[in-house]
Design a protein around this ligand. Structure first.
Ligand SMILES: Cc1ncc(COP(=O)(O)O)c(C=O)c1O
Length: 374
């Protein structure tokens, strides 16, 4: 399958334990999805209902909590703008990362992996630890020292070994990467199976819209697991002839950490040298995303853009959502603040979808602290 704008130099994962190319290049999965809408009729409403579009051998034991098919609810902001919001904070581990974890861990189990390594700002680690527990695979999860206590507690409760790295997210990734050379890297950034889980958000949105595509999709931009997953999913549906267009991908970053914004606006070219400052949106505080060029490609070819939000705007959106009954993470509020800005920039209304990416219960101590400041 040739994606719109696909880099022809992409390397391809094979059905073995390799998660990188010979020189540690990033891999894609060479896979032709098939898809028959009629087959969906009697299937349970979870993400595995798109079984033939998921690159996992038919013999594999599926590691799942019947996750997915999260509600798509309308939201009206106090300024009157409207969007549809996928309730991705309702996943078993509390974030959309379970989409990727279910597929990646299913593949790891199928490959006979007994031990794996992962690194994260917390949510991906909690998710991988949860699914690894279900699959009875032992794991080491690397987290930065400032990770929310709720997330580290959740990871430990799942029986994973936590390695707290004295340093930031970048240092954490570096240490995990080294450790992974002697294990299996269940990374949500490097391991291409993760993206074939997050892509199911595109399948679900289209099904929930009666197989129509939204005009735009507003997504947080950290390591790009949602942006790239959504781009793969919409591309597949487009090439399968199920949908007529690919929505514009609108990426949201914090003013304090905006490497993709800089790249998109040609203000910065050496992504690995970009330096960020602190933001309350920890999940998107990724200064050097390894798949930055792929993210740029997805945004550009979908005719999207990148929007920045300040910590004040994030907190104001967080409060507005709380006042509407949604208890979400500050990182999720960053996306919603960007969504509100995007909707206000439009000359005409359009069908726009976004999401609540993580549950506020994961960041209680950070939220309490923020409420004393803002
Ligand atoms: C709650 C939440 N939202 C959004 C993100 C953004 O991540 P990505 O760009 O990898 O999809 C993260 C990443 O950890 C997260 O935890």
């Amino acid at each position: 399958m040739q994606f719109i704008g696909q880099n022809s130099n992409s390397f391809y994962a094979t059905k073995n334990k390799i998660w990188h190319g010979v020189n540690f290049e990033l891999l894609q999965i060479d896979f032709q999805p098939t898809f028959d809408r009629l087959k969906l009729v009697n299937r349970p409403f979870n993400l595995w209902r798109y079984r033939e579009a998921i690159p996992i051998d038919i013999e594999a034991e599926i590691i799942s909590f019947e996750e997915g098919f999260t509600p798509l609810l309308p939201l009206t902001f106090k300024d009157g703008t409207k969007a549809l919001i996928k309730q991705e904070y309702l996943f078993p581990s509390g974030s959309y990362k379970d989409r990727g974890a279910s597929i990646l861990i299913t593949q790891a189990k199928y490959l006979g992996i007994k031990h794996l390594v992962q690194d994260s700002s917390g949510n991906a680690g909690a998710s991988i630890a949860t699914y690894a527990k279900k699959a009875q695979i032992s794991c080491d999860i690397y987290v930065p020292e400032d990770t929310s206590v709720a997330k580290t507690t959740q990871i430990s409760a799942m029986g994973a070994n936590i390695i707290t790295v004295q340093g930031n997210r970048k240092e954490t990734a570096k240490q995990a990467f080294e450790a992974a050379k002697k294990s299996y890297y269940a990374s949500h950034c490097y391991n291409p199976y993760f993206f074939h889980g997050t892509k199911t958000i595109a399948y679900e949105i289209c099904e929930q819209l009666d197989w129509k595509t939204p005009d735009s999709i507003v997504l947080p931009a950290g390591n790009g697991t949602l942006i790239l997953g959504a781009y793969i999913g919409f591309n597949e549906l487009y090439h399968l002839g199920i949908i007529a267009k690919i929505p514009k991908i609108i990426a949201i970053q914090s003013e304090h950490c905006c490497p993709i914004y800089k790249l998109f606006n040609k203000e910065h070219f050496l992504i690995e040298k970009y330096e960020a400052s602190e933001t309350i949106a920890e999940g998107i505080a990724i200064p050097n995303p390894v798949r930055a060029l792929e993210m740029l490609e997805a945004i550009t070819y979908s005719h999207g853009t990148v929007i920045l939000v300040s910590d004040d705007e994030i907190m104001s959106s967080w409060k507005e959502m709380a006042a509407s009954g949604y208890f979400i993470e500050p990182t999720s509020a960053a996306c919603i603040a960007g969504l509100n800005k995007y909707l206000n920039s439009l000359a005409h209304t359009e069908i726009c979808v976004s999401l609540f990416s993580g549950n506020g219960l994961k960041s209680i101590e950070k939220i309490s602290k923020m409420l004393t400041i803002y």
